[in-house]
Design a protein around this ligand. Structure first.
Ligand SMILES: Nc1ncnc2c1ncn2[C@@H]1O[C@H](COP(=O)(O)OP(=O)(O)OP(=O)(O)O)[C@@H](O)[C@H]1O
Ligand SMILES: [Mg+2]
Length: 272
């Protein structure tokens, strides 16, 4: 198993007491697999994946286990040294967020930021790095990449920025891509383009995907399996089709009722 998470718990110490954000998450992700995590706001989706990456806030307490399979054996992520986690992040596990501006440096041209990743990961510099960076923008279908690579982040639209983030995330050829509401901030047509792009790149690179969203329609199009979280716990899990056909939990039924009919998996199957 590529990633094996067992009984992951995250709590936060606050002046008003302890907030239990994640109350025992079990999750397994095989190489190349795509798993969706859905649930309402505050259900613990983001804190679960931030815990895996060692990116929780200072007032967090975490317990449980998350082992990542590497070339040199299983590596425990929970409680791992910062140096170890920094090496894992980007190289083995890449992450994209709802708002690319939180990750991109607003003061540096896109070229500089992409080339930094390319240099670190592939050891390319100068013209070779620039050429590789332009190819990366091409791969995520940014038009006129040779010119746009000189842009600053604010010169891109939200959708284009998310494409840049996807390019940078996949540049390191990670085993796992964690996407936390990657299209939530985008309007619907742009959202569909980005999701198509992610699906296409996933097929090409065989990267495993952990996709967080509050939108079951998005999960239906992207994932093979689904976890439904509520109040820090998984209330339902399994393959997409059986859950869509007969959700066991009332909360899942409520979520499903909110999905527009056109986005059910039956439609996706019929049209693909
Ligand atoms: N630093 C913190 N201190 C205290 N509580 C926190 C902290 N960070 C997160 N929380 C709490 O942890 C809980 C889970 O948050 P989390 O970010 O995982 O939600 P989420 O499922 O990702 O929601 P959303 O869909 O809104 O992104 C929430 O109740 C949140 O308020
Ligand atoms: Mg979140």
């Amino acid at each position: 198993m590529l990633l094996d998470v067992r009984d992951l718990k995250v709590s936060f110490d606050t002046p008003d007491g302890v907030v239990e954000a994640v109350r025992g998450l079990d999750l397994r992700l095989a190489a190349g697999e795509s798993v969706g995590i859905v649930g309402e706001s505050g259900s613990g989706k983001s804190q679960s994946v931030l815990a895996l990456m060692g990116l929780l806030a200072d007032n967090a307490r975490v317990s449980g286990s998350a082992t990542l399979q590497t070339d040199t054996g299983a590596l425990e992520l929970i409680g791992a040294k910062r140096r170890v986690l920094e090496r894992i992040r980007g190289a083995r596990i890449a992450m994209i967020f709802q708002d690319p501006m939180t990750t991109l440096n607003p003061h540096l041209r896109i070229a500089t930021q992409i080339k930094e990743v390319i240099t670190r990961h592939r050891g390319l510099r100068g013209r070779a790095a620039t050429k590789a960076a332009i190819e990366m923008l091409e791969a995520v279908k940014i038009p006129d990449p040779a010119r746009r690579i000189r842009y600053y982040p604010h010169q891109f639209s939200g959708g284009m920025r998310q494409r840049v983030m996807i390019a940078m995330a996949l540049a390191c050829e990670p085993d796992i891509l964690i996407a936390d509401e990657p299209t939530t901030a985008l309007d619907v047509t742009v959202q569909a383009d980005i999701l198509d792009l992610m699906a296409e790149l996933r097929q090409r690179t065989n990267v495993a995907l952990l996709l967080i969203t509050h939108d079951l329609g998005v999960v239906a199009g992207q994932c093979e399996r689904l976890l439904v979280m509520r109040h820090g716990e998984v209330v339902e899990r399994g393959a997409i089709d059986p859950i869509f056909e007969a959700p066991a939990h009332a909360y899942t039924r409520d979520l499903l009722a909110a999905v527009p009919k056109l986005e059910t998996p039956h439609f996706a199957r019929a049209s693909s």
